[in-house]
Design a binder for this molecule. Structure first.
Ligand code: PMP
Ligand code: GLN
Length: 412
């Protein structure tokens, strides 16, 4: 491996998807629905691919299919209460992953520091390092332990965050709703971050791929809407999460034209353009949701409504077997401590350094339930903070959540 890629070899996704293929557990690991995507969107894809317009199966505009960037600009113009220019303030990418990559490649000089909040979506660190940057960490920590928690109980120390900002800080990456905790950042927290970003003249990258998955009574706040913040914020979204089509791998970033320019430079020499029929289908999906925006059948709100009882069901069956879950305010993951069950698990049969890896692997092989080890979302020095936890995904059919509950009850 070239030097700049050293240390990036390990990926929890590569390892755990392989494990799932081999042992065929009930898979509550990698985050994706196990049910059909909304029919209007899948039908729009069929229509696009079989359209009498032959160009819908050919290359489209590099920075985003016109119909898609137009509707994305329209949606966020409404949500941000400012007019976004579809051609210069929106870019379509191959999943939110590529948007993150374009931001970090496009805005990092050697030695630039990026502040990231632990636990963090794991790709942030290799992307920062590959771009020549230096990650700096601030942890979310639970206010209490040994009792049922809400994701709101996971907080960062404000003084500690403040002390990380310095002349080398290029920006901070936030993720709300948060993977894997489910935290929905409060106005007070976002204002604190925004004020530091303004004070030190840094960027804010806001990973909002779960923006529509927020449970009552919580509200998603876009940091780009705070005073003086649009100018310095790049916000990232994902069609995979928005329309339950994670396999379609279309994402986007929006923000001021001068900041998005750098992303365009990376994108045009990397993927250049994303696939046309899927962009067309997502555009149709957005147009239809905009028509029913604010109504209960709008997918932006109906999906969260559908997920809330699944979340509560999972919290109950995990508690019933002695785990202590953190109830997420948003997203589709739940973390829980598994230490009450440690006598039932033969951790010594696994060789990984971190106990959560050993727990999740042992469970996959011996009990038939797969979760993700949350220490994958921490830097080496801090992995011990996550060893007592496991992450499960609850965007699954009720029958599969029931199966998971039955398997765990029987095992316990
Ligand atoms: N950010 C977060 C927080 C995620 O959980 C994911 C997972 N998919 C991504 C980014 C990447 O999204 P995509 O699948 O659209 O590339
Ligand atoms: N974002 C999803 C998760 O956290 C999937 C990540 C991936 O497949 N790399 O589970």
């Amino acid at each position: 491996l070239p030097d700049r890629l050293k240390g990036n070899d390990k990926s929890v996704w590569v390892e755990y998807i392989q494990l799932a293929l081999k042992y065929k557990p009930l898979n509550l690991g990698q985050g994706h629905p196990d049910f059909y995507a909304p029919e209007n969107v899948t039908k729009a894809l069929v229509d696009a691919a079989t359209s009498d317009n032959p160009l819908l199966n050919q290359y489209t505009r590099g920075f985003g299919h016109p119909r898609l960037v137009n509707v994305i600009a329209k949606l966020y113009s409404k949500l941000l209460d400012r007019t976004l220019d579809p051609n210069n303030e929106v870019i379509v990418t191959c999943g939110a992953y590529e948007a993150l990559y374009d931001v970090l490649q496009g805005h990092t000089n050697p030695g630039d520091e990026w502040i990231i909040i632990e636990p963090f979506f794991d790709c942030y660190v290799p992307m920062i390092r590959t771009a020549g940057g230096i990650p700096r960490y601030i942890a979310l920590k639970p206010k209490r332990t040994n009792e049922l928690l809400s994701s709101a109980d996971w907080i960062f120390d404000k003084q500690e965050l403040e002390s990380l900002f310095n002349e080398k800080t290029k920006g901070i990456i936030i993720n709300t709703p948060h993977n894997p905790i489910g935290k929905v950042f409060t106005l007070n927290e976002l204002e604190f971050i925004a004020n530091l970003a303004k004070k030190w003249n840094t960027l804010v990258v806001s990973d909002e791929v779960y923006e529509w998955l927020v449970y009552e009574p919580y509200k998603h706040i876009r940091i780009a809407t705070l005073p003086g913040m649009y100018e310095r914020t790049i916000t990232i979204g994902s069609a995979g999460k928005t329309f339950s089509v994670t396999g379609w791998k279309i994402g986007w970033a929006y923000g001021p034209a001068n900041l998005l320019y750098n992303l365009q430079v990376v994108h045009q020499n990397c993927t250049y353009t994303c696939n046309t029929p899927i962009q067309e289908a997502i555009a149709v999906g957005f147009e239809q949701e905009l028509e029913r925006f604010g109504q209960p059948d709008c997918y932006f709100v109906s999906l969260a409504k559908e997920l809330q009882p699944k979340r509560d069901y999972m919290a109950k069956f995990l508690s019933d077997i002695g785990m202590i879950p953190t109830i997420p305010e948003g997203g589709y993951f739940m973390i829980a401590t598994w230490t009450a069950l440690k006598d039932k698990v033969r951790l010594e049969e696994e060789t990984d350094e971190n106990k959560d890896y050993r727990f999740t692997k042992w469970m996959t092989k011996n009990v038939g339930i797969q979760g993700i080890p949350p220490s994958a979302f921490y830097v080496s020095e801090h992995k011990h903070l996550a060893e007592d936890y496991v992450r499960y995904c609850f965007i699954k059919k009720d029958e599969n959540l029931k199966k998971a509950a039955d398997i765990l009850m029987k095992w316990k």
